[in-house]
Structure formats: C-alpha cells, structure tokens
Design a protein around this ligand. Structure first.
Ligand code: PLP
Length: 395
C-alpha cells in the first residue's frame, strides 16, 4: 500500500547530496569523534548574531504575556514591519518603496515558494543557471512548473546565448542567485543589465512577462570590495527574494521577504497574489519574533570579517595543496574542480577517507566540481590541509 505520493517517493529516492553527506558525517563523527572530522558539508551560518538580536529578544520576553503578543496578523506581516523594511530596501535598491511593495515570508525558501505559487501556470518553465541551489527544482515543481537548467560560462556567470536558446513561450521566470551558492560568484552590473535586456526582449516576443527572481540571502557577504548591484531598478518584472538567515545568523527563525520594483505598473495585483499564496500555502504569516528581530536589526549584521578570514584560510589551503578553483567573491562557499573529474567518486572516496566532508557538485547540477562550505571554525580549515593534500594525491 502506498502511504505517500509517487512524486514524494521519487524525491525521497533521489535524496539530496547535502543530506547524504550529513548522514555520512554523522556516522564518521560517531566512529572517530567530532574533532577527527572536517565537516564542510553544511551552509549553517555559525557566526553569532549581532548583539541587537539579544537585546530585542529580552524586550520581547518582557511583553510576552500581554494579550495578543503572539496573535494572528495580516498575512503579509505587521504593517509597521513592512514599512521599516521598505525604508531600508529603498536605500539599498535606490528606489522609493512603500510597505505595500514588500511581503514578509518564512525565509527566502518560503518566499520562493510563494512566488512560484503565484505566477506559474501548470507546465510553465523556470530557468536556473547551473550550478544552482539544489532546492530550486522542488520549489518550482511544488507549483506545477519545471525547472530548466542552463549552463553558466566557465567562470560561473550567465551565458546569454544559452539562456536565449532555452527560452520559449512557456518560460515564466529566470531565477538568479548572486552572491552564489555554491560557486561564490557575484554578478556585476553589466551582467545584470544584459540579463534585463534579454528578458525585456523575450517578454515582448512571447507576449507575457518573464520574471527575474533574484534570490539574494548572501547580499551582505562579499570580499575584496566586490559589490552586489541593486536589481529592482534594472527590470520592472524583478521579484527580490531574501532573508535574514545569513546576515543575522537566524536561519532557524524563518524570517525573509519579497520585494517588488516600484517601476512595475499594476504591481498591486501581483502583491495581492503573493499575499494570498503566503496564506494558502499554510505559512499564514511570518513569525512574530522574527519580524521584531528583523526590524530591530535592520542595517546590523554578523561580523563578516570572520568569514573573510576563513575564506582566506581555505583559499590558501587549496592553493598550497594544488587544487583548481575560482576565488569566491561572495557568500561562504568555494567550488573547486574535483581532481580526476568525477566529483561523486572524489568526495566519497579520497576526501571521505581523509574524514573531510564536502558535497559533490552534481548535487548542484555542477558535476566535475565539489562544494566546500566554509562557515566552520578556522582551526578546522587549517587542520584539513594535510587531508586535502593526501586526497589530491589519492585521486
Ligand atoms: N537560497 C539560497 C541560495 C540558499 O543558499 C538558501 C539557504 O541556504 C536559501 C535560498 C534559503 O534560505 P532561507 O533560510 O532564508 O529560507
């Protein structure tokens, strides 16, 4: 007897490489002890939240027993929280946004599901530039769409020719993620403008807007002076999706948002659809505590210099041991070439034997590479050097 749907059964069967590596890591840690394992498999931000988060929580605690302190609210979030976020984003994006242009969501993941629930017809296609965050396939599939993968250029930037070739009447959105998980690449203004031009042209040709979904939870984290250009002013059909999971180290609190461009005429209808989707998907409204933390901490962030030091440490380890990679410009991932070319074999063979956990690039539609998440203690990164060296020799 089937207890679950065929689709979910297939998803379970496919599993995710991140989860598989997590399980392999748990077994290794049990056998050899935590300190023997160098676990680069999970992007769980471990830098402490800024002090303002603790101060705000103490204030929330003082009011916790007031009537309706944790009551239901409008499905888009508290109006005051939307207003404050809009004021913050107006500065960041260089556009005059109001509270009605933003929607508070259960993380970026919740927000992306809300977008696809709102704009996709059955059979619509969403383009993703490979390699990409592996959950996109599920988020699009949840709402009757198909994720269509388009390769990037060799340095992980959008390949306009490949993107144009992949577009057709069913193309409803292109999802981008900069700074990127898993590559650490950051798109510049020229790349984004070229994408906007292509989408404008193709939307006109097909007679329906192709949305640019810009998933940017790592916007705050760039290196060597790299900047993340504002996307909302570049293209009216942009939907910005982001969260406070990484910049405030609050991923378990599930607070994120969507924002629309004030250049989009008639966006009230789109926002009404997004708010409805937030409700009917069962998110109902974003968490009370998350919204309060967000509002108190707007403009604050974790100490990014910790990530910068770790990035330098892992870059040195990989360079000194002879790996090939692009130095990440942002986020806390690095995506080196898998020695020998077979990422699954390398990660599960030579690397695992050294008790180093990483994720095969195949898990991100990027075979031939592997992902290292460097949101772990710098001492572990230094400790991994010998293991990386031996793994390269053993490949
Ligand atoms: N998008 C990307 C690229 C991510 O890496 C993640 C989480 O790792 C998410 C979205 C989901 O973030 P959130 O915790 O805000 O749902």
């Amino acid at each position: 007897m089937n207890l679950i749907s065929t689709r979910v059964a297939e998803q379970l069967q496919g599993g995710s490489w991140i989860r598989r590596m997590f399980e392999a890591g748990a077994a290794l840690k049990k056998q050899y002890g935590e300190d023997a394992v160098c676990d680069f498999s999970l992007g769980n931000p471990d830098v402490p939240a800024p002090a303002v988060v603790g101060e705000c929580l103490r204030k929330i605690a003082d009011c916790a027993t007031e009537p309706l302190a944790f009551g239901y609210m409008p499905n888009a979030g508290f109006p005051w929280a939307r207003e404050q976020l809009a004021a913050h984003l107006s500065k960041e994006q260089g556009l005059p946004l109001t509270g009605n242009d933003v929607l508070l969501t259960c993380g970026a993941a919740g927000g992306l599901n809300v977008i696809f629930r709102t704009v996709l017809e059955m059979g619509d296609e969403v383009l993703a530039i490979a390699p990409y965050f592996v959950e996109y396939g599920a988020y699009v599939g949840n709402h009757g769409g198909t994720l269509k993968t388009v390769p990037s250029t060799p340095d992980f930037l959008p390949d306009l020719t490949a993107l144009e070739a992949a577009m057709n009447k069913r193309t409803r959105a292109l999802i981008i993620n900069s700074p990127n998980n898993p590559t650490g690449q950051v798109y510049g203004e020229a790349e984004l403008r070229a994408l906007a031009d292509l989408l404008t042209r193709k939307s006109q040709e097909f007679g329906r807007p192709i949305y640019l979904v810009s998933d940017e939870p790592y916007r705050f984290l760039t290196y060597d002076g790299a900047t993340v250009p504002a996307v909302l002013p570049l293209y009216p059909y942009t939907i910005l999706a982001s969260s406070f999971s990484k910049n405030l180290s609050l991923p378990g609190e599930r607070i994120g948002y969507l924002a629309l461009s004030s250049n989009l005429k008639g966006r009230e209808q789109l926002m009404a659809g997004l708010i409805l989707a937030n409700r009917v998907l069962g998110f109902v409204n974003p968490p009370v505590i998350g919204q309060q933390l967000m509002a108190a901490a707007l403009g604050a962030q974790v100490d990014a210099s910790v990530y910068a030091r770790r990035r330098e440490a892992i870059v040195n380890v990989l360079r000194d041991t002879g790996y090939e990679f692009l130095t990440p410009k942002g986020a806390f991932y690095i995506f080196p070439k898998a020695p020998g070319g077979d990422d699954v074999a390398f990660v599960n063979g030579p690397l695992l034997r050294e008790k180093i956990l990483a994720v095969p690039g195949s898990g991100f539609a990027g075979p031939g590479y592997f992902r290292i998440a460097f949101c772990i203690d710098e001492a572990v990164i230094h400790r991994s050097a010998e293991g990386f060296k031996r793994a390269l020799k053993g490949a």
